[in-house]
Design a protein around this ligand. Structure first.
Ligand code: 3SL
Length: 239
């Protein structure tokens, strides 16, 4: 019998070095809000997103005439075209465009993972489509949670746990790390009511204080889209 593949969870970019190099596919997750906004952008017909880790890199692209989104601590960075709200990417004028994006944690995680053979974007918004695609790859998978400034967060972990659960249920995958087992249990506890479960989570509070309730609701709604963004030569494109 063929050995089962692994799906594991890394809680924060800061721990990535301990997982690095062992996985064929890395799923970068930043439910609130970077990877949800990226899925919304592709759902709306954006052509490509160039994720950059720093504001300096974002400024360089801006000088070259690119449309650039930049967010730090939940807010649009002054001087940029938009931030990180999924709703910013639903505008008609962005269809068919190539844009640049820099966010506090999500694009940093994408940049850290960029040396992996395959990097895809995960969110609750594309959960089932992504799980179905991952199951067909039959490869070792790491879910890299973006967290918050290298600290653990609940929403990314729940999303990673949901992916583990779906893949384990196929019978072809297993999770052996305690982080993955914990993520799966958190997902099981949260799933009846993710919005309620995350009521007191740190980033939900942070975004609520910025009056971003609609963004929170959008990002915490599973399966709004079937798009799977994938990193190719430094750009995210639709798979
Ligand atoms: O950390 C990130 O990359 C962002 O998603 C944070 S925020 O939701 O825009 O505040």
């Amino acid at each position: 019998m063929e050995e089962r593949k692994r799906i594991e969870v890394c809680f924060t970019p800061g721990e990535y070095e301990y997982f690095k190099g062992e996985y064929d596919i890395v799923v970068v997750i930043d439910v609130l809000r970077a990877t949800s906004a990226i899925c919304a952008a592709f759902d709306n017909g954006i052509k490509a997103i160039i994720p950059v880790a720093t504001i300096e890199e974002a400024r360089e692209y801006q000088k070259k005439g690119y449309l650039v989104g930049a967010e730090r601590k939940g807010q649009i960075v002054e001087g940029f075209d938009f931030g990180n709200s999924p709703y910013s990417y639903m505008k008609e004028e962005l269809r068919g465009q190539e844009v640049v994006l820099s966010t506090t944690n999500g694009t940093k995680a994408l940049s850290i993972a960029s040396d992996a053979p395959t990097v895809v974007v995960g969110a609750l918004n594309n959960l089932d489509a992504l799980a179905e695609w991952l199951a067909k790859q039959n490869k070792n998978i790491l879910c890299l949670c973006s967290g918050w400034q290298d600290k653990f967060n609940l929403e990314d972990t729940i999303c990673a746990g949901a992916l583990c659960d779906q893949l384990i249920q196929t019978g072809n995958y297993t999770s052996t790390e305690d982080s993955s087992i914990a993520a799966k249990y958190l997902y099981i506890s949260a799933w009846d009511n993710p919005l309620g479960f995350l009521k007191s989570s740190s980033h939900r509070r942070r975004l609520k204080n910025l009056n971003l309730n609609e963004d929170i609701k959008y990002c915490l709604t599973p399966n709004k889209t079937t798009v799977i963004p994938i990193l190719k030569n430094g750009k995210l494109v639709k798979l």
